[in-house]
Design a binder for this molecule. Structure first.
Ligand code: AMP
Length: 112
């Protein structure tokens, strides 16, 4: 999508601190980190949110989870949190599916 910021990052039209990439997935540092390590993991294909995914997206959803585990290992994170905010009420502000990989501090449960 031409006006989507994460599509632009995936297409290298705007800069981001990309730390990991595969054919279908890109991971980059969040501009406004909420933990010592805060990485966004996004599919290169534009999908608005998890709720908009369907059967044809199941491989990419699996790839994202495996990418998260790999990146956590690269960052030497034993403990980490992987979260997606689905919808405005859950905190979603960018309308391109993304997972937050957070680590380097303790996390509370339930989350805020
Ligand atoms: P969410 O609120 O779950 O939709 O998360 C969107 C995240 O994207 C926020 O944590 C923002 O800090 C982050 N963000 C927005 N624009 C950029 C950007 N250009 N580069 C890196 N992170 C960004």
């Amino acid at each position: 999508m031409s006006d989507c910021i994460f599509c632009k990052i995936a297409n290298k039209e705007i800069e981001a601190r990309i730390i990991w990439e595969s054919d279908n997935v890109v991971a980059f540092l969040d501009l406004s980190p909420q933990a010592p390590h805060h990485v966004l993991i996004v599919p290169k294909k534009h999908v608005k949110s998890l709720a908009e995914c369907d059967e044809e997206d199941k491989d990419i959803l699996g790839e994202i989870q495996l990418a998260a585990a790999k990146i956590a290992e690269l960052l030497k994170l034993e403990d980490f949190r992987l979260v997606t905010n689905n919808g405005r009420g859950a905190g979603q502000s960018v309308w391109h599916l993304h997972y937050h990989l957070l680590g380097g501090r303790r996390f509370n449960w339930p989350p805020g």
